[in-house]
Design a protein around this ligand. Structure first.
Ligand SMILES: NC(=O)c1ccc[n+]([C@@H]2O[C@H](COP(=O)([O-])OP(=O)(O)OC[C@H]3O[C@@H](n4cnc5c(N)ncnc54)[C@H](OP(=O)(O)O)[C@@H]3O)[C@@H](O)[C@H]2O)c1
Length: 240
């Protein structure tokens, strides 16, 4: 039975992934700040779920919780990092900038590092980060969010390159880059190509099973990604 850890499992993508992993017969450790939500999931699958309330901004707590899960599970096969915040913040309000950095950069780095080091020791494991299409370019309305996602993208790629030093070749790194998914997180007005949470999560689940290096969700966001990578900054400034 595979042992899976999902950070940010109390809502949205992380929560639906819990259902999919449980249906596959996995045991799943779930985290997030909202204890009530964690307990609701535990009540649904009492034998399959381990809950750990956690604020990912508190990096010492992230380490404590992570080590507790490792101790209780013995070994971990998959870690999914889905926790995150995002704000439309055109006025650059500092509280929002700071929360975004502490959550999406500081906390996430701590989790990536704990996971990578565990998998290196185990000789196997699969780290899945949910970054975003936002990782590809800058944006005037939500600079901290877009920059935090660019950071995650680069960090995941770095860990992927680093797996070259692991002899077993059984450590995998996946970067999931959703476009707009219908959750509380979907940022801004005039949202287009919004994908339902169920469809997005099913595609994410399939990408995890295939151990894909990078996956755009939904798949047609690959076209936008291609165009974004080619667009010069001056044109980006004109159109978005
Ligand atoms: N929805 C989209 O359109 C979209 C697009 C691209 C990328 N993404 C990415 O997908 C991931 C999942 O987002 P979602 O759409 O599923 O949104 P969501 O429903 O808001 O889920 C966010 C999750 O992050 C957790 N979280 C936030 N701050 C936390 C903190 N300080 N400590 C611990 N957990 C925290 C939340 O749990 P608690 O509140 O209980 O702590 C929740 O479980 C995010 O990384 C997001 O950036 C989403």
């Amino acid at each position: 039975m595979k042992k899976v850890v999902i950070f940010g499992a109390t809502s949205g993508i992380g929560k639906v992934l819990v259902d999919l992993f449980v249906k596959e017969g996995c045991k799943v450790a779930i985290t997030g700040r909202r204890l009530v939500k964690l307990e609701e999931i535990k009540a649904k699958y009492p034998e399959k779920i381990l809950i750990k309330q956690n604020d990912i901004q508190e990096i010492n707590e992230v380490e404590r919780v992570f080590l507790e899960i490792v101790k209780e599970f013995g070994a971990i096969d998959i870690v999914v990092q889905s926790s995150g915040v995002g704000y439309v913040n055109p006025d650059l309000a500092w509280d929002k900038e700071q929360e975004t950095i502490l959550t999406n950069v500081l906390g996430v780095t701590k989790l990536y590092d704990l996971t990578y080091n565990l998998f290196r020791e185990q000789g196997y494991g699969h780290l899945v980060g949910i970054s975003s299409i936002a990782s590809l370019r800058g944006n005037r309305a939500a600079p901290a969010y877009f920059a935090s996602k660019a950071y995650q993208k680069a960090y995941l790629e770095s860990l992927y390159i680093k797996t070259k030093t692991i002899k077993s070749k059984q450590v995998f790194i996946t970067d999931i880059r959703p476009g707009f998914v219908d959750t509380a997180m979907a940022l801004g007005d005039g949202i287009f190509w919004m994908v339902s949470l169920e469809k997005a999560t099913e595609q994410i689940f399939q990408a995890i099973k295939r151990k894909k290096r990078v996956a755009y969700i939904s798949k047609r966001w690959r076209i936008i990604a291609f165009a974004l990578k080619l667009t010069p900054s001056w044109l980006l400034k004109k159109v978005i």
